[in-house]
Design a protein around this ligand. Structure first.
Ligand SMILES: [Zn+2]
Length: 351
């Protein structure tokens, strides 16, 4: 079994939603549930040894716009969120992460060494990520506090606009060049992340925003959960030019399991085949090399192929990649080593 360190999940969002309905998030994670994708037992069964866990302030349930007769759709952008209510929600999601850590249900990790130690101890290695930074505030007033609490990765925007920049809509077919890039506050956020050692994630940002980050950051370029635009032309996927820039920076792309981002037709359909996932990985490897390809499942955040179903099915993808000809050393890079290298670099750790 290849241990997987995965670049993106929304398990904190699911636990937070259920906690609001009265459930105990620690029990739901450690004792297991049939809901969603990740809990301790299913993670262990699927070799999901750890990952970036998103603090994401929801815009309500996103429902894709019904495709027209050509299969095209353009879901309207979610409305912008205010800072203070976003901060309150972000604190509640973070609180659950700390409760899980205190209870030993998972371990919050702030360095690659801590990630490797948790993986060796077979405790889920969680790294805090923020997906859309409405909670940080335009003057970055909450950034130091979140960093001190363990935040080690952030995406300036989700698929909605905020004071830092602009996100792409969920739309097919559509270029990722859908609007402006970073604002002045967005550039300041990137520079602050460079100083503090917080990874900047390019998933969800417009193509202009991507280039704004690329010309500003001193980190490898990373899209934690995005796929290939040439294969599935949704606005969330990456063009060849973007992939080339990621390769030049020795960054990475984490394969997103969302069926809308894997299928040639961009549809939300759980009957999506593993071969669609393998095709995206093969394209990424061909374009960027084996050192720049990783996983970013979007477990608990998307409709994924039914063959995988949840974290317990994660090794089915690994097996499919093995069948496609990837050897152990290549699979180790895809499954965890590329993520650990890039995180160490963004966190100013010695190579
Ligand atoms: Zn996302």
């Amino acid at each position: 079994m290849q241990a997987v360190f995965d670049g993106h999940n929304d398990v904190l969002l699911r636990l937070w939603q259920h906690a609001r309905g009265g459930a105990d998030p620690v029990a739901e994670f450690s004792e297991g549930t049939d809901k969603g994708h990740i809990d301790a037992a299913r993670a262990k069964a699927g070799g999901l040894a750890g990952g970036l866990c998103a603090i994401y302030v929801p815009s309500g349930d996103l429902v894709l716009k019904t495709p027209d007769e050509n299969g095209h759709y353009a879901t309207p952008m979610a409305a912008p969120l205010d800072h203070l209510p976003s901060l309150a929600t972000a604190m509640e999601l973070a609180d659950i992460a700390f409760k899980l850590d205190r209870a030993g249900a998972w371990r919050l990790c702030r360095s690659v060494e801590e990630i490797r130690a948790a993986m060796a101890d077979e405790v889920f290695a969680a790294v805090l990520h923020m997906e859309g930074c409405e909670a940080i505030g335009p003057d970055l007033a909450a950034l130091e506090t979140f960093h001190a609490a363990g935040l080690r990765s952030l995406g300036p925007v989700w698929s909605r606009h905020n004071v830092f920049g602009h996100g792409v809509p969920f739309a097919y077919p559509m270029s990722p060049d859908t609007g402006p890039g970073l604002t002045e506050a967005g550039f300041e956020l990137v520079r602050a992340c460079n100083r503090l050692g917080i990874l900047i994630d390019l998933a969800h940002i417009t193509e202009k925003g991507f280039w704004d980050v690329a010309k500003t950051t001193d980190q490898p370029l990373v899209a934690s959960h995005s796929n290939v635009h040439a294969l599935t032309p949704v606005a969330r996927n990456l063009t060849d030019r973007q992939l080339d820039a990621i390769r030049e920076s020795r960054g990475l792309v984490g394969l997103n399991y969302a069926t809308t981002m894997l299928r040639p037709d961009g549809q939300e359909n759980a009957a999506t085949q593993l071969s669609d996932m393998v095709r995206h990985v093969a394209y990424l490897v061909e374009r960027m090399g084996i050192d720049c390809v990783a996983l970013g499942s979007d477990f608990d955040g998307a409709t994924i192929p039914e063959e995988i179903a949840d974290a317990a099915g994660n090794q089915k993808l690994v097996a499919a990649l093995e069948d496609a000809g990837y050897g152990d050393a290549e699979l180790a890079k895809i499954c965890r080593e590329n993520w650990l290298r890039v995180l160490g670099q963004a966190w100013h750790e010695p190579a």
